[in-house]
Design a protein around this ligand. Structure first.
Ligand code: SF4
Length: 264
């Protein structure tokens, strides 16, 4: 937002405060963002009393900006059936300042138990892929479209894919996460994640291996690691690795000859 536009927002809030019975309200995330801009933080301090329940210190980092989103997710019951069946919500993990963010579809049974995305067998494979890229899980950020495990009929095992309605309901949280983290590159893992993020259906054959964009952020689409667990053919592993090589190039990371010839 340009400085004149911010001045306009502040002036409008002041006018509302002076002419209305109700105190103007802004979401915590919006306020934190405004306060993180030094000129605005000074202006807010000079011209207004604190809004009820909101502090005026500038937000210092992205981890702080993510916290109120995490709190809302923890308490979320927008999908009543999932709020009842979940052990806990699974917000996301990793470095809030990451250049690279991975997006999966939804927590499975292991993630629901541990409260962290990608910790089951597929998650362990993702960790190995990261290692081959010379990253750790702490270097990147990992989140899902859905923050609750899709429920399963009593007595049944395994996981199910989230429905389009569930994804649409939960997607705004992911959008907020991406807006805070501002990664340089996004990777969507599997066709369900693509549908949740872009609202676009397609086969992985059509989608993967080339650059797409989400809000001007380059987006690479590749297979979900669970697919590689089901299809152990070296040719499929190589496809994912070629996608990751493109990601490394986009991030301007050095790539060794050994990495280029790697097959996962
Ligand atoms: S899936 Fe998302 S929107 Fe639905 S209850 Fe869980 S956190 Fe809320």
């Amino acid at each position: 937002m340009t400085e004149p536009a911010l001045d306009f927002v502040i002036a409008a809030l002041e006018k509302i405060r002076e002419t209305n019975d109700h105190v103007p309200r802004a979401s915590r995330i919006v306020l934190a963002r405004l306060q993180s801009i030094p000129a605005v933080a000074v202006s807010l301090r000079e011209t207004s009393a604190p809004l009820p329940g909101q502090r005026l210190e500038p937000a210092t980092n992205k981890a702080e900006l993510l916290e109120p989103i995490r709190e809302r997710v923890c308490a979320c019951t927008k999908c009543a059936h999932l709020a009842c069946s979940r052990t806990q919500t699974v917000f996301g993990v990793g470095n809030p300042d990451a250049d690279l963010m991975f997006i999966g579809e939804a927590p499975g049974v292991d993630e629901d138990r541990q409260g962290e995305p990608f910790v089951g067998r597929a998650g362990q494979l993702l960790t190995r892929i990261l290692k081959a890229m010379n990253f750790t899980r702490e270097d990147v950020y990992i989140a899902n479209i859905l923050k609750c495990r899709p429920d399963m009929p009593p007595g049944s095992f395994g996981n199910r894919a989230p429905t389009p309605t569930e994804m649409q309901t939960c997607r705004p949280y992911l959008v907020e996460q991406i807006n805070v983290i501002e990664p340089k590159v996004l990777v969507a893992l599997g066709a369900v994640a693509v549908e949740g993020l872009l609202g676009m259906r397609g086969t992985m054959r059509e989608l993967r291996g080339r650059w797409h964009a989400y809000n001007n952020i380059p987006l690479m689409i590749t297979y979900h690691p669970a697919y590689l667990l089901r299809n152990q053919a070296p040719s499929e592993k190589r496809k994912v690795w070629e996608d990751m090589l493109q990601v490394l190039e986009r991030l301007q990371q050095p790539i060794t000859d050994r990495q280029r010839s790697y097959f996962l």
